[in-house]
Design a protein around this ligand. Structure first.
Ligand SMILES: Cc1cc2nc3c(=O)[nH]c(=O)nc-3n(C[C@H](O)[C@H](O)[C@H](O)COP(=O)(O)O)c2cc1C
Length: 215
């Protein structure tokens, strides 16, 4: 009995050490699907990034405004190759283990700027389809919108797109309805229950993704 207890406690210590090591080494990319200066989704993604940092992850927050790229067009891809900013974004995704996306809801779906960025990220530099920016990675989806649904209709579309290209999307998602009233003047979320939900979701991102399955 004593030996069994000793074995179980050493197993627990080893598992805790492994979990701590994994979260400390986890590289997270965080971005919002809005380029608007005062975007609620930019505020929300910063909050999520801070939670990930406090849990020991290395987090890079980017603004898609700094990654402007043309609309995907297979003719220009053939003639001019992948735009420099699309390659930059794709490389960042490839070198991350987890990706947080705060997606605004436009007419019940995701924004064009985000969809376009994901379409480019699903291509390789030689102009063929590629899942490298998605496969074996975990995605946490969050949304802030001015409507009562908090952007959940848009997240359903975003989830389907990411799963379609091989990304693992965490089941839980966090939405912020009536976002115009949800943040204080420093851009921090005011609702404790939503904050707690966000914490739970981000923590799930720090658990390693399932091993990628062959295509
Ligand atoms: C074209 C367009 C469509 C929109 N559609 C929706 C919608 O379907 N649901 C919703 O809750 N808000 C909708 N909104 C309002 C957005 O929630 C609001 O603009 C929000 O601030 C966008 O996110 P951001 O602050 O991160 O830019 C729409 C806004 C625009 C410009």
């Amino acid at each position: 009995m004593k030996n069994r207890m000793l074995f179980l406690s050493s197993l627990f210590i080893a598992a805790s050490a492994l979990a701590a090591q994994l979260s400390a080494e986890t590289k997270i990319l965080a971005l919002a699907g809005s380029t608007r200066e005062d975007s609620y989704n930019k505020k929300l993604v910063k909050e999520a990034a801070e939670i990930a940092r406090q849990s020991g992850a290395t987090v890079t927050v980017i603004d898609l405004k700094d990654f402007s790229m043309p609309f995907y067009d297979s003719d220009s891809e053939k003639n001019e190759g992948m735009p420099a900013n699309a390659k930059k974004l794709r490389d960042l995704m490839i070198s991350s283990e987890g990706i947080i996306i705060a997606s605004p809801e436009y007419n019940g779906s995701l924004s064009a700027v985000l969809k376009n960025a994901l379409d480019w990220a699903s291509r390789s530099e030689d102009g063929s389809p590629s899942r490298d920016a998605f496969k074996g990675k975990k995605f946490a989806l969050i949304s802030a919108s001015m409507g009562p649904g908090g952007g959940s209709r848009g997240l359903a579309h975003l989830r389907a797109i990411i799963e379609n290209v091989g990304g693992e999307v965490i089941q839980q998602q966090t939405v912020v309805p009536t976002a115009q009233n949800a943040f204080d003047q420093n851009g921090a979320l005011q609702n404790a229950a939503i904050k707690d939900q966000l914490k739970q979701e981000v923590k799930q991102l720090l658990v390693p993704a399932k091993a990628p399955q062959p295509a």
